[in-house]
Design a protein around this ligand. Structure first.
Ligand SMILES: [Zn+2]
Length: 271
């Protein structure tokens, strides 16, 4: 029965005008035990309908640009960093990422950012997806990585408004690698706190998050508020790391939580 055409699910279904059931005898030699038992658990509708193409990334089964876009982002997100070829003039720049004391998800994100592998509108266009090329936040320029994080008027405003909290003022240029190098160079500063050195990387993450919220959830975030949250979150994380480093019996279980709450309250009152 498989000769001359690809095997279809309908090949193992016996269909009459009033009912449908699995053709167990035909299916048995074609499927392994697991597939066979799985097949038996599947309910078949009693009325036959013609096969049609279904887009699995949308509950309706129909393709939409938004769901295609989202799928592309998820696919890009699942790519492992070390599988991506080095790009740009300075592949060594990326080595800085691995030495940062930040969460792995953030390292992965920074790697994708520097590899120009985030699903920006410009990137999706080069991959053959027909989406609007423009930056969804300002609509003034194509949405390239450097524009989104550094040159978009909203990003410029974000960096400027937070320069006091961050402890330095930054003027970014059209060169993504230079801008990122500037942030990596801050790590050797003797005047900035650890939180101030690391917050810019969280700000990049937050810019990406708020841009995605705008596209997928139609939500425009109040970004200035987020930077304060970022600082607090970071203080919490570095505090947790410090407590782990102490490694005494008092910092296990419920004790850790009490320590942290006290630490959090202190951090909050200083912020
Ligand atoms: Zn923009």
């Amino acid at each position: 029965m498989t000769h001359g055409h690809h095997l279809m699910v309908s090949d193992i279904i016996i269909s009459t005008s009033s009912s449908q059931h699995w053709n167990v005898e035909a299916a048995r030699p074609l499927l392994n035990d697991e597939q066979f038992h799985l097949m038996l658990t599947l309910y078949l509708p009693q009325t036959r309908t013609d096969d049609h193409l279904v887009w699995p990334n949308n509950p309706s089964g129909n393709y939409s640009v938004k769901s295609g876009y989202k799928r592309e982002m998820v696919e890009l997100g699942s790519a492992l960093p070390d599988l991506l070829p080095p790009r740009g003039d300075d592949p060594m720049l990326k080595q800085n990422i691995w030495t940062l004391p930040i969460l792995p998800k953030l390292k992965h994100f920074l790697w994708r950012l520097l590899s120009l592998d985030l699903g920006t509108n410009t990137k999706l266009n080069t991959r053959g997806m027909c989406v609007d090329n423009l930056c969804p936040r300002c609509s003034g320029s194509p949405e390239k990585v450097n524009h989104l994080f550094f040159m978009c008027p909203l990003s410029i405003q974000t960096w400027r408004l937070n320069q006091v909290t961050l402890g330095y003022s930054s003027t970014f240029s059209d060169d993504l690698e230079n801008n990122m190098r500037h942030l990596f160079d801050l790590q050797s500063s003797s005047t900035l706190t650890l939180e101030q050195k690391l917050t810019p990387f969280w700000m990049l993450w937050k810019i990406w998050e708020s841009r995605n919220n705008l596209i997928f959830k139609n939500k425009s975030d109040s970004f200035i508020l987020n930077v304060m949250q970022v600082m607090l979150q970071l203080k919490f994380e570095t505090g947790l790391r410090r407590l782990r480093r102490i490694n005494c019996p008092r910092t296990s279980g419920v004790c850790v939580r009490q320590h942290l709450w006290r630490w959090m309250l202190e951090a909050e009152s200083k912020a």
